[in-house]
Design a protein around this ligand. Structure first.
Ligand code: AMP
Length: 394
């Protein structure tokens, strides 16, 4: 018996299979949709073995799910699926906790698709396809927003007319919650302070999308993403926070239409927009190393925003017991971590450069004198979803 986790993005469908206690990951992989209309690719990796690749003509979500199931059977993973977990980016105000999926759920999710137009519609398509393919198994949804459902009002309200909140539901939701929740729990474990309500942890999730969260005793106090996943830190292609006045200026002067502006801020800004090299941190770093000035600015801006956000969250929490770096850049770029940490000695947190260079996951890279620990944590969003699934297995 196993638990299948499906994580639908705008251009890929990732999947993982865990045993029914959500302890061991048995397999994982993804279906990538080829934007040029060529064959899609299924990559399937059994734990402890090389990936296998399969190509196939362009398909829709229902084919994707069947394709994954056939791929799993072809490598001997025929165990009945006990439950199916779906990652859903935006739960709006309706879904504050992980939820069992039924027809009513799908209707409600449809009604909030406009809140996350890039992410929720593909998730809904996959949910519908998976329910058809696996009608006997309970399906459940885990939301990126749920972890932040209980943010205090002063942290989820914007300083705009209060009726925008009452009439239009304008508020901060927060995202990457599954990753932040996992890392907060893992950090508490590494500190040996599970269940201690006073533990102050700052998580920096730095990947293609970037966000930071301040957490006390496992409870999020403040986070950088807001009404949409565009707010906060600078990202691969997303701007992060910018002056709303400049958006008004561009719209009023008709230099950008609303659609162009949405596209520019989501897909042509951040590391890519400043460097004009790539949204991929490794490419930007390489260009910066060969003297490209704009790539150097991009990295400087990226690090500066992470650093000042850590400072702000540290003040909000009243100190730092652990600072966590996770996701592609956070976990793997020791140079970015060094860059970010320059100046944070005033908070009592300091790197041990030898340990930092090792980039080993789930280890402490702080110096002996540092008052707070600094951890690299390999985030495990899909394992977290599988663990939530235990609640839905009867
Ligand atoms: P994610 O969204 O978590 O998959 O992270 C993707 C980002 O991580 C991209 O910007 C990659 O360039 C970056 N990344 C992945 N591996 C490395 C590495 N070894 N060094 C620096 N950045 C990396």
């Amino acid at each position: 018996m196993s638990i299948l986790v499906l994580n639908a993005g705008s251009s890929s469908l990732k999947f993982s299979v865990f045993d029914d206690a959500a302890r061991d990951k048995l397999a994982g992989g993804m279906v990538e949709r080829n934007a040029r209309g060529e064959n899609d690719t299924l990559t399937l990796r059994l734990s402890h073995s090389e990936g296998q690749h399969f190509d196939k003509e362009r398909v829709d979500a229902s084919d994707d799910v069947l394709w994954i199931l056939r791929g799993l059977a072809s490598v001997g993973l025929n165990d009945p699926i006990r439950a199916v977990g779906h990652r859903v980016v935006h739960g709006g105000t309706e879904f504050r906790r992980s939820t069992q999926i039924d027809d009513k759920f799908c209707e409600s999710l449809k009604s909030i698709c406009e809140l996350a137009p890039l992410h929720n519609p593909p998730a809904l398509a996959v949910i519908e396809a998976a329910r058809k393919a696996l009608p006997e198994a309970p399906h459940f949804a885990v939301f990126d927003t749920s972890f932040f459902a209980d943010l205090p009002p002063a942290r989820f309200l914007y300083p705009v007319p209060y009726e925008w909140y009452e009439q239009f539901g304008i508020r901060r939701f927060g995202f990457h919650g599954i990753s932040h929740a996992y890392c907060a729990a893992r950090a508490a474990e590494l500190l040996d302070r599970q269940g201690d309500p006073s533990t102050r942890v700052i998580i920096c999730h730095l990947g293609n999308g970037c966000s930071a969260t301040g957490i006390r005793g496992g409870v999020p106090i403040a986070t950088t993403m807001g009404f949409t996943p565009l707010e906060g830190l600078m990202m691969g292609t997303r701007s992060g926070s910018i002056d709303p006045g400049l958006l008004l200026h561009l719209l009023q002067s008709e230099r950008q239409t609303p659609d162009e502006l949405a596209h520019t801020l989501n897909h042509r800004s951040g590391l890519l927009g400043v460097s004009d090299v790539s949204s991929d941190f490794r490419d930007v770093q390489q260009a910066a190393d060969s003297g490209d000035k704009r790539a150097q600015f991009a990295i400087e801006m990226f690090a500066d925003r992470v650093r000042s956000t850590i400072g702000s969250l540290a003040v909000t929490l009243g100190g730092v017991d652990a600072l966590v770096f996770t996701a592609g850049i956070g976990e793997h770029s020791n140079r970015l971590r060094t860059h970010v940490m320059q100046g944070l000695e005033c908070l009592g947190i300091q790197l041990d450069e030898d340990r930092n260079r090792s980039s080993k996951a789930d280890c402490d890279i702080a110096s002996k004198d540092s008052t707070g620990r600094v951890f690299i944590i390999h985030t495990e969003e899909e394992r977290m979803i599988a663990c939530e699934g235990l609640k839905f297995i009867l």
